[in-house]
Design a binder for this molecule. Structure first.
Ligand SMILES: [Zn+2]
Length: 276
C-alpha cells in the first residue's frame, strides 16, 4: 500500500515536472522538501551518474549526493541546493563525471578521453596504485577547470612593455566608478604598440567585445590569454600563433580612459592573476 502511494506520487511528479519545473526552479532546496523541483534536481544528479532515487523527496540520500558534488566542486558543503550548487550542476564544464571502470580500461586512456592527466586523476581519486584499475570501480573525472589546473601553466612573455596602471583584483572602475573585480592587468602603452602573443597557441576569438573593445583570445592547452582595447586586430580565429608574434596593435577601443592593453589569463570562465 505504502509502495503504491509512492509510485503514484512519482507518476504525478513526472506528469507535472515539465509544467512546474520552470516556475519552482528557483527554490533553495534542502532536506525535508518535496516537489517537482526536487525531482528535477535528482534527475539531473542521476544524469551526471550519481546513484539516487528520483522520488521528489529531498532526503538524506539526496543531501549526501549534493554534499559530495559540493565537496568535489570546491563550494560550501552544506547539502543545500542553492544558486552555487545549481551553477555547478548547470555548467557541464564544472561538473564531476563519475566513470565506472570497464575491464581493460587504464588511467592514461581515461585521461586522454577526458582531456586530463594521469596524475590529476590519480590524486583526485586518491588512487594508491594508478596502474591497477578494477572493473566496476568508480573513478571521478574532475571538472574541466581542475583538469586544466593540473597541467603545467604555459610560460608566458609580456605581450607589451609598459607601466601597470591597474592591477588584478578589487578596484573602483575609473569610468563607471563602480566597485568591481578587475580580472586582468592594465598596461599603459602608446596607441599602435605591437601586442605580442604571450605564448604559442591558437586564436579562438578576434572581434569586438563590448567594453573590452577589439579583443583577442588565444588558447594554450586549456589556458586562455586575453588582449583587450586594441585599435587593430592582425589575426583571425583558428590561426595558430607563435610566442612573440604580433597579433594586434594596442589602442583604446571599448571602455577605456586612455590607450592601454588589458591582459588576462583564464581557465574556463575563471580569471587567474597574471603576476602569480
Ligand atoms: Zn582592464
Amino acid at each position: 500500500m505504502r509502495r503504491s502511494v509512492g509510485i503514484c506520487f512519482l507518476v504525478l511528479l513526472l506528469l507535472f515536472a515539465p509544467v512546474f519545473g520552470g516556475a519552482a526552479g528557483d527554490r533553495v532546496l534542502c532536506v525535508g522538501m518535496r516537489g517537482a523541483d526536487v525531482a528535477a534536481l535528482q534527475g539531473l544528479l542521476v544524469e551526471l551518474g550519481h546513484e539516487l532515487a528520483v522520488d521528489g523527496i529531498y532526503g538524506e540520500q539526496t543531501e549526501g549526493v549534493v554534499k559530495r558534488v559540493q565537496r568535489l566542486a570546491g563550494i560550501k558543503e552544506d547539502g543545500i541546493a542553492g544558486p552555487d550548487t545549481r551553477r555547478v550542476l548547470g555548467d557541464p564544464k564544472s561538473s564531476i563525471i563519475p566513470y565506472t571502470v570497464q575491464s581493460g580500461d587504464n588511467l592514461s586512456q581515461l585521461a586522454r578521453r577526458y582531456n586530463t592527466t594521469v596524475s590529476v586523476l590519480a590524486s583526485y581519486n586518491r588512487l594508491s596504485n594508478p596502474d591497477r584499475l578494477l572493473a566496476g570501480q568508480v573513478i571521478l573525472i574532475p571538472p574541466a577547470s581542475l583538469a586544466v589546473l593540473g597541467r603545467p601553466r604555459p610560460k608566458l612573455i609580456w605581450p607589451v612593455r609598459g607601466p601597470i596602471t591597474s592591477g588584478y583584483g578589487q578596484r573602483v572602475h575609473p569610468i563607471t566608478k563602480a566597485r568591481h573585480f578587475h580580472g586582468g592587468i592594465d598596461i599603459a602603452v602608446p596607441q599602435g604598440t605591437p601586442v605580442k602573443a604571450a605564448a604559442n597557441g591558437r586564436v579562438i576569438k578576434a572581434q569586438a567585445m563590448g567594453n573590452y573593445g577589439l579583443g583577442i583570445v588565444l588558447d594554450h592547452n586549456g589556458y586562455t590569454t586575453w588582449y583587450g582595447h586594441n585599435s587593430k586586430l592582425l589575426v583571425r580565429p583558428g590561426e595558430k600563433v607563435r610566442q612573440g608574434q604580433t597579433i594586434a596593435q594596442s589602442g583604446r577601443s571599448g571602455l577605456a580612459t586612455g590607450p592601454h592593453l588589458d591582459f588576462r589569463i583564464k581557465i574556463g570562465d575563471q580569471t587567474i592573476d597574471p603576476l602569480k
